[in-house]
Design a protein around this ligand. Structure first.
Ligand SMILES: NC(=O)c1ccc[n+]([C@@H]2O[C@H](COP(=O)([O-])OP(=O)(O)OC[C@H]3O[C@@H](n4cnc5c(N)ncnc54)[C@H](OP(=O)(O)O)[C@@H]3O)[C@@H](O)[C@H]2O)c1
Length: 278
């Protein structure tokens, strides 16, 4: 938990945004050190929403915080935290409490995958991934969702993946974890309504740090579906404020998703396996 104690809190000025569209002064963005998380933070900052940025890597978040503070005059708190550690969600919530911040928006974005043969992935590595992708995401949703329900307002976004729609051999545990996220998000969208909104973003392949972290080489056929990361983030934020249950980012991905019900899951899994081997 050493990292957890290395908090860096940057605040300037007073909140002065127009909050009519969100009723939210503060948003927590997990996985805010790179990729989609950075884009979420930029979009929310442009709406004058104060931010808690969290991930393990503190330096990129400090840099982002400085930019957002000077560009948008918002307040930003940077909290370095490893959400793959058991208990880290509660620890993060406690540290946000210590700063008297009551978030009205939670962007559950931090996540990564392992690609490759399931049997070659160690139990420890699988546990770490599932702790981040499933357990911490669930705990944060519970911890902040509880308070949002009491306050009768708030937005929660869960970041799933196109991999949630079908079994994906060679990304087996990751795709299963994202199926969990999608199912959880769509269930809570109904359970938390009408006061608190839960939206699940379903991105396809993006050009972020994900592929490197997953040691993943995308099948060539999937490359044409890539959209800019900022565009995917904007689609997610727009859907969240429009209180949609879920949204697929990108036209190609939407088209692919329409085919899912017509292909037997066993066939889809075999096709994905064959593509992964090429
Ligand atoms: N890129 C894609 O093709 C794609 C497609 C569909 C869905 N997604 C999903 O989109 C989300 C964002 O990923 P991305 O594409 O933006 O990839 P990314 O650039 O690798 O960003 C992942 C973020 O998660 C954080 N993270 C990783 N391990 C963590 C840990 N143990 N504790 C706390 N934070 C941790 C990383 O920060 P630190 O390393 O600094 O901790 C980073 O900020 C993920 O949930 C991913 O599964 C991505």
């Amino acid at each position: 938990m050493q990292n957890d104690r290395q908090s860096f809190n940057m605040t300037i000025g007073h909140f002065r945004g127009n909050m009519q569209s969100t009723n939210g002064n503060w948003a927590v963005v997990t996985g805010a050190s790179s990729g989609l998380g950075v884009e979420f933070a930029k979009i929310l900052a442009a709406r004058k929403i104060n931010l808690v940025l969290t991930a393990r890597s503190e330096a990129p978040m400090q840099k982002l915080a400085s930019e957002l503070i000077s560009t948008h005059g918002i307040q930003v708190s940077v909290i370095a935290s490893d959400l793959a550690k058991p208990g880290s969600a509660t620890a993060l919530r406690n540290r946000i409490d210590d700063q008297n911040i009551q978030p009205e928006i939670l962007i559950n974005n931090a996540g990564y995958g392992f690609s490759g043969s399931f049997q070659l992935q160690s139990v420890e590595a699988l546990n770490t991934m599932l702790q981040l992708d499933i357990i911490s995401l669930t705990e944060l949703t519970h911890l902040f969702g509880e308070r949002m329900k009491t306050a009768k307002r708030g937005h929660i976004m869960l970041v799933s993946s196109m991999a949630a729609h079908q079994p994906v051999p060679m990304l087996a545990a990751y795709s299963a974890s994202k199926a969990y996220v999608l199912s959880l998000g769509e269930a809570l969208h109904v359970e938390f309504a009408p006061d608190v909104n839960v939206t699940t973003l379903i991105p396809g392949l993006l050009n972020t740090g994900f592929a490197h972290a997953a040691n993943y080489t995308a099948p060539k056929a999937a490359l044409s579906s890539v959209i800019p990361t900022a565009e995917a983030a904007q689609i997610g934020i727009d859907a969240m404020f429009a209180r949609k249950p879920s949204v697929i980012a990108g036209t190609m991905n939407k088209i692919m998703a329409t085919m899912v019900p017509f292909v037997p899951r066993s066939t889809a899994a075999k096709i994905a396996f064959d593509m992964a081997k090429k």
